[in-house]
Write a protein that binds this ligand. Structure first.
Ligand SMILES: Nc1ncnc2c1ncn2[C@@H]1O[C@H](COP(=O)(O)OP(=O)(O)OP(=O)(O)O)[C@@H](O)[C@H]1O
Length: 357
């Protein structure tokens, strides 16, 4: 069994609680990603799984073993950090095999593991080099190789790609997927980069202020956000949110209104309720005629190449709408794709999709 169970985990530093009653079951062999803004507690959770940070209360289980109070060295986890932490005075191959040797793995097994990982990560030609003579991307691959040869059931990674440029990050993501396919370890990965989370995760744990906001597939986290935080944190530009009131099956925003009777989470019970309405920039269209839902003023455009983001002011709110090209008009109508409209409770900020009827 390679699953990880976190039970009622709390972590405080003095009077400050940074993780509150966290419960999570990570399945054997899955790639789980902790995603959230800076300071939300992602690294702390990873370090508690690794045994580098004690929990204040709660339990950590690795498979059948309760490891809450076991030192890190006895937990049998492989780790890669943002700064790689290679041994500066050792060659690439010694960096990769040093821990194996210390753990009594025999020479021929060490050589087999080394040869395989050097091949997989295209490091063969660098095996005799010292870390200082490698590029950032090469060092990062050595750190991955060093963690991989341990053949641990658990692979814990804390922002391992954040020192790489955008192009190298794409290559490195593929390498990580390749390693996972080969070794099928349970993979716990911390990042604040949502693209990385979407690309690498079987499931994403979205965190804010030490509390889980949503745990689900990348698809559901993006298309069916559980609350306003997730809706706004995932997606660039983020989901547009308008605050208004529902009357007669229409969402009223300032002096305009939109028919929402076709929205799947709308029910007659919501009539006369103040809500937030959410829709992603790519789920709206700029109208070239009078067939539109709401109207506003274009105040800013930003060209992303494949698409152009139009910032549009409606009353006091600004929303962003994607279009294939710049629409050079001041006043513009906007059409909403009803399939992608979300309605959120004003008090709890929960998506009505996830609220009990
Ligand atoms: N040793 C410590 N003493 C006091 N507070 C700490 C300590 N270590 C971490 N914290 C606090 O715990 C919170 C969570 O930190 P953590 O490093 O887990 O966040 P993170 O989500 O990984 O952030 P980042 O993405 O910036 O690395 C932060 O508010 C941080 O200031």
């Amino acid at each position: 069994m390679k699953n990880i169970t976190l039970k009622n985990i709390e972590k405080s530093y003095g009077d400050t609680t940074v993780i509150k009653d966290l419960n999570l079951e990570i399945k054997a062999g899955e790639r789980i990603i902790f995603l959230g803004p800076s300071g939300c507690g992602k690294s702390t959770i990873l370090r508690m799984i690794a045994g580098l940070e004690p929990v204040t209360s709660g339990e950590v289980h690795l498979g059948e073993r309760e490891v809450t109070h076991l030192p890190s060295g006895d937990r049998d986890v492989a780790m890669v950090f943002q700064n790689y932490a290679l041994y500066p005075h050792m060659t690439v191959e010694n960096n990769i095999t040093y821990a194996l040797k210390r753990n009594g793995i025999n020479k021929s097994d060490r050589q087999d593991r080394l040869t395989k990982v050097l091949g997989m990560l295209e490091l063969d030609q660098f095996r005799k080099r010292m870390p200082k003579d490698l590029s950032g991307g090469q060092r990062q691959r050595v750190a991955l190789a060093r963690a991989t040869v341990k053949k641990s059931d658990y692979f814990l990674l804390d922002e391992p790609l954040s020192n790489l440029d955008a192009k190298l990050r794409v290559t490195a993501r593929r390498e990580l997927l390749k390693l996972h396919k080969e070794f099928k370890q349970t993979f716990v990965y911390v990042t604040h980069d949502q693209v990385e989370a979407m690309a690498l995760g079987d499931r994403i744990v979205v965190l804010n202020k030490g509390a889980i906001q949503m745990v689900d597939t990348p698809e559901n986290v993006y298309h069916h956000p559980r609350n306003i935080f997730v809706a706004k944190f995932i997606g660039a530009p983020p989901m547009n949110i308008l605050s208004g009131i529902i009357k007669d099956s229409r969402f009223h925003y300032e002096d305009q209104n939109i028919d929402i009777s076709d929205v799947s989470t709308f029910s007659g019970d919501l009539d006369n309720t103040e809500v937030y309405l959410g829709i992603r920039p790519e789920n709206m269209e700029l109208a070239t005629d009078d067939d539109y839902d709401i109207k506003g003023k274009v105040i800013f455009t930003e060209n992303f190449g494949a698409e152009v983001a139009h910032t549009i002011k409606i009353a006091d709110e600004e929303i962003v709408v994607m279009a294939p090209e710049v629409i050079d008009r001041k006043e513009i109508g906007i059409k909403f794709d009803r399939k992608h409209v979300h309605i959120f409770n004003k008090e709890t900020e929960l998506n009505y999709k996830y609220m009990e009827k």
